[in-house]
Design a protein around this ligand. Structure first.
Ligand SMILES: Cc1cc2nc3c(=O)[nH]c(=O)nc-3n(C[C@H](O)[C@H](O)[C@H](O)COP(=O)(O)OP(=O)(O)OC[C@H]3O[C@@H](n4cnc5c(N)ncnc54)[C@H](O)[C@@H]3O)c2cc1C
Length: 357
């Protein structure tokens, strides 16, 4: 009996040693797999960062946009691959499959829950897309190929750089990444006129679980639908999206006005905004946010509403629209600022006017 118990103990121990050494060597085997299988024409070594590398922390943290997920107890990747070429994406997928390792794909790192760089399943690695951020605009067809490591701000800049009358409807925060944003729909201040970002996406390139690079035709309409907001999951690594640019006026108008409960009929103003915001002229988008501020009597707090707007037209027409449909706001000519659409992106991001007007 004693012998049997010892044998069982020995066997259990052997299994433990076997499995723990097998799993602890998976990251090392994965690293070797990357080095062995990537094409020599695109060396992968400079794209690999492990905790032994002096730049590991800065590479990891640069795109951590939610500091709740940057604590000493947050699980960290055993490796970050900052792909320099599509072939690196392919080899990452294939080696992850061979070694059964969890891969996290990160573009702009703006996921609210940090799912692009944190994992409950360990060990895991991050495939970072920030080096794949090329934007190629074709003025003739009014389209552009955008690699998913680009930010929305870069898309806006490159599109408007080609022609001041080009724009693109997407989110208001320019540091959000194309990869996650387009994959989830993408709404912004031109959505009333031009819809979501995905309404203007006409093609894509994805590397699937078998390491195959597929465009829209090759992947089929179901998968294409899934990677432009249709599916709440991961279907492969999207390398680039092809977008259709939209036309914007050379001058647009913006305003930011504030009203308080103490000094204005704020309840009535907000009520009117609720009645009209979705039916008003669709060149106009008005967002309202609330905060609590000191009243005129410092002892008392009051509610403040900030109305921020983008109007795809000049200030004269904007005043006409507001006076007809939203008169309670009491908008004045002096509240309105005309600028290019690209400048309006900075206005919406709260950049001080003196930097760009
Ligand atoms: C400050 C802030 C402002 C925002 N403003 C807006 C807004 O105005 N409008 C709006 O619609 N949304 C907005 N969002 C939400 C934002 O669009 C989403 O969180 C989006 O998923 C972020 O994309 P990302 O590439 O930056 O994030 P990431 O964290 O890099 O990725 C998000 C998700 O997409 C996956 N993913 C990333 N790249 C790829 C790829 N190449 N292939 C496959 N999967 C990929 C990741 O694995 C992860 O699951 C905002 C978020 C923040 C934090």
């Amino acid at each position: 009996m004693q012998i049997l118990r010892s044998s069982i103990l020995f066997l259990s121990f052997s299994f433990l040693v076997f499995f723990s050494s097998a799993s602890s060597s998976a990251p090392e085997n994965f690293l070797q797999c990357l080095l062995r299988h990537s094409p020599p024409s695109y060396p992968i070594a400079p794209a690999i960062f492990t905790p032994n590398n002096a730049s590991y922390s800065s590479v990891l943290e640069t795109y951590i946009r939610n500091l709740r997920f940057n604590t000493s107890t947050t699980p960290k990747p055993f490796l970050i691959l900052t792909a320099l070429h599509e072939s690196h994406v392919k080899v990452a997928i294939l080696c992850a499959r061979i070694h059964n390792l969890q891969m996290k794909i990160r573009s702009g790192g703006h996921d609210y829950e940090g799912v692009s760089y944190v994992s409950d399943v360990v060990p895991f690695f991050v495939l970072d897309m920030f080096n794949l951020r090329e934007i190629t605009v074709d003025a003739k067809t009014e389209t552009a190929w955008v690699q998913t490591g680009a930010t929305l701000g870069e898309v806006y800049y490159r599109v408007a750089e080609k022609n001041k009358s080009y724009g693109f409807p997407a989110g208001v925060c320019p540091t959000v990444g194309v990869g996650g944003h387009f994959g989830g729909g993408g709404y912004g201040n031109m959505m009333r006129k031009h819809g979501l970002s995905v309404d203007q996406i006409i093609d894509a390139k994805i590397i699937d679980v078998n390491g195959k690079l597929l465009d829209r035709k090759a992947m089929g309409e179901d998968l294409f639908w899934a990677i432009i907001g249709g599916g709440g999951s991961s279907f492969g690594v999207v390398v680039a999206y092809k977008i259709r640019m939209v036309r914007v006026p050379e001058r647009v108008t913006v305003f930011r006005v504030q009203r308080t409960l103490e000094q204005n009929e704020l309840t009535e103003i907000v009520d009117e905004w609720q009645q009209v915001a979705h039916v008003i002229d669709n060149d106009l988008f008005i967002r309202v946010t609330f905060d609590v501020v000191n009243g005129t009597d410092k002892e008392k707090k009051t509610l403040r509403a900030t109305f921020i707007a983008l109007f795809l037209g000049d200030s004269g027409r904007l005043l006409f629209v507001i006076n007809n449909s939203f008169p309670k706001l009491g908008l004045k000519k002096s509240d309105c600022i005309e600028m290019s659409w690209l400048q309006s992106v900075l206005f919406w991001t709260n950049f001080p006017l003196e930097y760009y007007t």
